[in-house]
Design a protein around this ligand. Structure first.
Ligand SMILES: Cc1ncc(COP(=O)(O)O)c(C=O)c1O
Length: 374
């Protein structure tokens, strides 16, 4: 014990961690119920782009069956799920890396391709917060490239190419993008991939890929052997966010490197079984797309009618300018409606609203004018 009080524990920590502001997730229903004394069943959460239909029923049935095998470790090699994913995309198992959510694939990329103080990464200014957080944790500079100058929040792939330096290793492109809901065009992406310098890995975050109309054939880039990783997830279209299961698709040599960076049992047994069943649940995916398309059209039409500026979305959420994001968030919260304030994304006038069921959308739209008025 001698001297233990002389050294501040913070001095012993990774110093890059001390300034890190942890990721702020959507507020859980139980927290709101506890804090405001509301019935959990009366609260609606439109804050984390979850699936309004719930999980794939095929996944639920398969997971129920698998529960009695929970005393076994999962298959660390993910044989069946990786085969199932590969088959769906005309790839082989060696192209597939499983992650504890696609978030873990982000972490594997940093482990695999970066060294602190040596390398840098690039993302766009209004994109998913985790890339920058991870860069900070790994002691790397993260360049955030401005969106198009016309105020439409479009990711500018030409500017991203121009930002590449000799020390750049990873470039994150999110399409559809979170939190803006914008997409990159198939043509702009093609040009970007063809022009990408050979020392850089393109990371296409495709968490919302399945919601796109006219999606780009990005699997082709994997087949052609580009330095590329596609990140996909079971959290959105399949409704399995609570399971934490996502995957990366990459050329085999690249995927092999990522595999070395992961924990032996990073994808749990129940998640592997549920994800494999959900992959084949075309009906649930179709219904999810339908309820999302209809709900988004309704929400965007209502915003237009209220004279609110919103970004036309290609995903299962909409970003809308409500003037005072923090105030609107709090006032909606008191009514049992959880949306996501974009203050932490440095968009203090915007909230992001997930597409819920028709009833949830109606309730949100009913309460919104009063919440804006204050
Ligand atoms: C753009 C983007 N990438 C990745 C993720 C992480 O998803 P997962 O649940 O697979 O970790 C999200 C989750 O919201 C996201 O919006």
């Amino acid at each position: 014990m001698l001297g233990s009080s002389m050294i501040d524990i913070r001095d012993l920590a990774n110093q890059d961690l001390l300034d890190l502001v942890p990721y702020e997730p959507g507020k859980p229903i139980d927290d709101v119920a506890r804090e405001l004394g509301l019935e959990p069943a009366s609260i609606i959460k439109l804050a984390s782009n979850e699936n309004p239909l719930g999980p794939s029923p095929l996944a639920v049935a398969a997971m129920r069956d698998a529960l009695s095998k929970s005393h076994f470790y999962p298959d660390g090699g993910g044989y069946h799920l990786r085969n199932g994913i590969a088959e769906k995309f005309g790839l082989s198992r060696e192209n597939v890396v499983l992650g504890n959510g696609s978030n873990e694939i982000i972490e594997l990329l940093f482990h695999t391709f970066t060294r602190p103080g040596v390398h840098e990464v690039i993302t766009s200014k209004n994109s998913f917060a985790v890339y920058e957080l991870m860069a900070q944790l790994f002691g790397l500079r993260c360049t955030k490239v401005e969106d198009n100058a016309d105020g439409t929040f479009q990711i500018d792939l030409k500017l991203m190419l121009e930002a590449i330096k000799p020390q750049t290793r990873l470039v994150f492109i999110t399409s559809p993008n979170n939190p803006t809901g914008t997409r990159v065009s198939n043509e702009a992406l093609e040009e970007f991939i063809q022009k990408l310098p050979s020392h850089v890995i393109a990371v296409l975050d495709e968490a919302y890929y399945e919601f796109l109309e006219n999606p780009p054939d990005t699997v082709r880039y994997v087949k052609e052997g580009h330095k590329i990783v596609l990140m996909r997830t079971f959290s959105k279209i399949q409704g399995l966010a609570g399971l934490r299961i996502g995957y990366g698709l990459a050329p085999a040599a690249l995927a092999d490197l990522l595999q070395r960076a992961r924990q032996p049992f990073n994808a749990n047994l129940i998640a592997q079984v549920g994800a494999l069943a959900a992959l084949k649940d075309d009906e649930h995916q179709k219904r999810t797309r339908q309820i999302t398309d209809e709900g988004r059209a309704k929400m965007e039409a209502a915003f237009k009618q209220m004279g609110l500026n919103y970004i036309p979305s290609h995903a299962n959420f909409v970003l809308v300018d409500v003037g005072d994001a923090a105030g609107v968030f709090n006032r909606l919260l008191k009514k049992g409606i959880i949306v996501r304030s974009m203050v932490s994304y440095r968009l203090p006038k915007h909230v992001r609203v997930s597409i819920g069921t028709p009833q949830q959308i109606d309730r949100f739209l009913e309460e919104l004018p009063a919440a804006i008025k204050g």
